[in-house]
Structure formats: structure tokens, C-alpha cells
Write a protein that binds this ligand. Sequence first.
Ligand code: HEM
Length: 514
Amino acid sequence: MWSFFSFDVFIYTSLLFLGAAFLLIRFRTRTLPTTIKKPPPSPPRLPIIGNLHQMSELVHHSFFSLARRYGDSLMLLYIGSVPCLVVSSTEAAREIMKTHDIAFASRPNTRMFRAISYDLKEITVAPYGEYWRQAKSILTLQLLSNKKVQTFAGLREKVINECVHKITHCFLSNKPADLSDLFSSLTNDITCMATFGRTYNEGEIGRKFKKVLQEFSEVLGSFYFEDSIPQLAVLDRVRGLSAKVDRVAVDFDEFLQGVVDETLSKRSRNPNPVGEDGVETFIEALLNVQKEDIIGITIDADVIKALLLDAYVAGTDTSSSVLEWAMTELLLHPDSLKKVQNEVREVLNGKKDITDDDLEMMTYLKAVIKETTRLHPPLPILPPRVARHDVKVMGYDIAEGTRVYVNIYAIMRDPKVWDRPDTFLPERFLDSPIDFVKHNFELLTFGAGRRGCPGRVFAMAINEKVLATVLHKFDWSLPNGVKREDVDMKETFGSQMLHPTIQVLFQSGSRELT
Ligand code: HEM
């Protein structure tokens, strides 16, 4: 549900750039309503496409460099005809997500999101209102509470052990471990088991699931003209994107309906079913909420499928991105690697299994994860919010309907807030109160305010345990022949989140084989 520009922007902006001069005669860029007296500073823009031609594939970098020139707190851009407020400082983020949180608590209503999110029933894109409130409270309280996340401990353990066996196998065959691939399967398996009660890796259904996920990511990463330059919506049809979006929505629905039918059929055979290992999975919990009928919204089949989609899509690639970057940074910073490994091994003191209490004592490990996501947030720009009415922010007038992009990449590298902002330095978090909490506006990995991420505890339980396990069980180095300076730290979009450009291939050492 996250990305909003992609590489195909290049092709179409070039085309548009040429066409803009001609089209200028026919169309005029939408201007702000006259009530907007003092808009935030803006770079100059072109007719029709606005500032689209200034966007690169990695939009957070484009926003970052434009903000330095035009508005390092708030800047107004136009993506096509849509006014977009770019937020690039801690103070401005606090204004948007705390002071004026309700005014900006909605998400844009776009054709793309309507098509692939059960008509905006997914929480991530749902407009602010009663439905969003109730659906988010189901997710937060019934599916992702601390207590619920603890019930998945056995499941996490099982999947992590499988990953350890695969790494051991690489070691024994003297091959580098492809951690990109291993972390991606691991987070996929944990999220699938917690959400659907089983994995979908094998056979015909596995093949179909993979294909639909691939296409889902492709449409999410596509630039949809209808949503930003409606005059050119025909281009979406010409290049087959409109049809593809509709087809992906149908295919994903077919898959999710299959998951629901399978679960219902199990329930009809056993009225009190629990998933594998006696755990109530998300789908079971949702069907129970539906049966009890105690909340203020109708939980129909589409709502169940939309919330499953929310949990699966939001929970998978985000965590694998964090793990990949953490291992990459540690390999590039041997002192930190040694320090975190010593901590893990000292806390465990010869014990084989890692408990939540052990993780609580691993303060440097937690600092490594914070520092990793500060430099490499899986979502470098928060999913867009939208102004629900005219509002004044930091002395500027923001018009109703303005889309708001909080560039957390810029905020988390702001030299006014962070000493040596581009350096990997987990120590900065050791004696610092800065944490992933709702009203923290320096470390915004999980967003903030009403629209903040409800999956933080679920995600951190995976990230901490996986990282502690691979550091405990193995010694790591770059594969033979690869030097530190050869590692390319450029970012690239994986399925949806930013990953290192390289596949993270590491040599595992022999410390302890299970
Ligand atoms: C490392 C893992 C994760 C990261 C970095 C992450 C990050 C984020 C961010 C940045 C947002 C936007 C917050 C905002 O707009 O202020 C978000 C929203 C959301 N996340 Fe996560 N997330 C992660 C894992 C999860 C998991 C595991 C789930 C559920 C199983 C989840 C479910 C959601 C949902 C439903 C929203 C939308 C909230 C709303 O719009 O009200 N996330 N996440």
C-alpha cells in the first residue's frame, strides 16, 4: 500500500516534459484556492506535470535535495495537479502528526487504492472516520497487542530454527549464505503463519501466490496518471495499467477468498479450532470478532480480506528490509559487530534458546536496530496523509485536499538533530530516551500519531529475535574476495521496501552448529 512513484515515472515524465509546452495551451495547472494567503515555499513548476520532472526513482532523495533549496521544514510541490506538502523537519512533523493530527488523519482517496484495497477498507488507506477507527482498533487490540504477539513466540522460534538450519547447510557446503533471500522467506513464513495459519510456498497455490504478490508490487510501484494528472488518465489505459490494477485486485481477492474458505471449512469440522501450535491466528481472530458481532461496524467478507491483506503486506517486506540493512551495516562496521555479538553471547551465557527477558537485556542490539532504521527506514516517506480542511501550519496556509508527505529519511538524517547524521553509530541510542514510540518525532521508523503503525511490537519481536539468533549462532564476514569498499550501499526497491542494492551474501563462520 505504500509506494507512489517508480521508475516508469522517468519514461512518462520525459514524454510529458516534451508535451507540456503544447498542452499548456489547452490546460491550466490547478491553482490554490484564493483563501490560501500564505502557501509554503515552492520550487518553480511546469504546467500539467508540476514538479514531476524533478522526481527521481528514489523520491525521498529528490524531496531531500529540493527541501534544502526551497523549504527545509515545509515545502509545497505539485505532482501533476495535486498540491503536495513535503515535511522535512522534526518540528514540522510534530505539527502535522501531533498538533494538527486530526486535520491530517486521512489518506488520499485514489482510484489505484480504491481498486486494490477493497474500496479503501484496508486500514492503511482508509479515510479517517468510524470505519477506520473501529478497524484499526480490531487490528491493534485483537491481533497485534503485546499479549497476542507473545502467543506467536513458538511460531517465531520454529521458523527461525529453519533459517538457522539453512545457514548451517550453507556453512557446511562452504557456500555464502544469501541473507536477502533467507530473511525474505523467514519474514514471509512468520507473517503468513500468523495471518493465514499456514504458508503458501509449495505447489500450484504457492506459484499463484508468488505471481499475484509480484504483480501487486508492480502496480503499487507504478505511477497512476488518473490520480495525479486526470487529464492524462488515458495513458493508464493505453499502457494497460488500468486493466492490470483491476486484474491484480481480482486475483488477490481470489487468493484471499480461498484462504477464508479453507479456514471456514476447518471451523465447520472443529467448532473451536486454533491454528498450528494452539495459537489463534489473525484470520481466526477476525472470524471470531465477526461471529461475536460486538463492534460498531459490519465485518463482512471484504473487511476480513482487507484486514488480512493489511497485515500480510505491511508485515513482510518491512522486517526483511530492516534485517538486511542491519547485517550489511554490521559487516561494514566490525567494531559494532563485535560489540553486539559479545553482548548477545554474554547475556545468553551458553544458553541455547533466547527468551524475551534475554532480549530485554540486549541494549546494544536494540540500539543497532534503531540506528539501522534511522539510516535505512523501510518506508522513507510515510504513506501520504491528506488535509481534511484548510489549516495553518507553522504560519503557512495549507489547503484542504493537500497531500502530505513526511520525508522521514530527511528527518532522521537532519544534522540539526543528529550528530554525524550519515554515520552508523548505534552508541548514540545507548543513553538516549529516543525510542520508537507514538509521540517521538525524531525516530519515525513506524510513523507517529493516529495513523502510526500498529505492527511495531509484532515487527520488533521478529527483528530482535532473528538478529540475536544469527549473531549468537554464527560468526560473519563478507564472502571471500569481497572488500568492504566493494559493498554498494545504494538503495533499491525490493518488492516494495528499500533494500541494499547488493544481495546480502555473507560467509557464515562455525561458531555453533545446531
Ligand atoms: C519493521 C516493520 C514495520 C515498519 C518499519 C512499519 C512502518 C510503518 C509506517 C512508517 C507506517 C505509516 C505510519 C504513519 O503514517 O504515521 C505504518 C503503518 C501501518 N502499519 Fe506498519 N510497519 C511495520 C510492520 C507492520 C506490521 C507487522 C503490521 C501488521 C501486521 C503493520 C501494519 C500497519 C498498518 C495497518 C498501518 C496503517 C495504519 C493507519 O493508516 O492507521 N506494520 N507502518
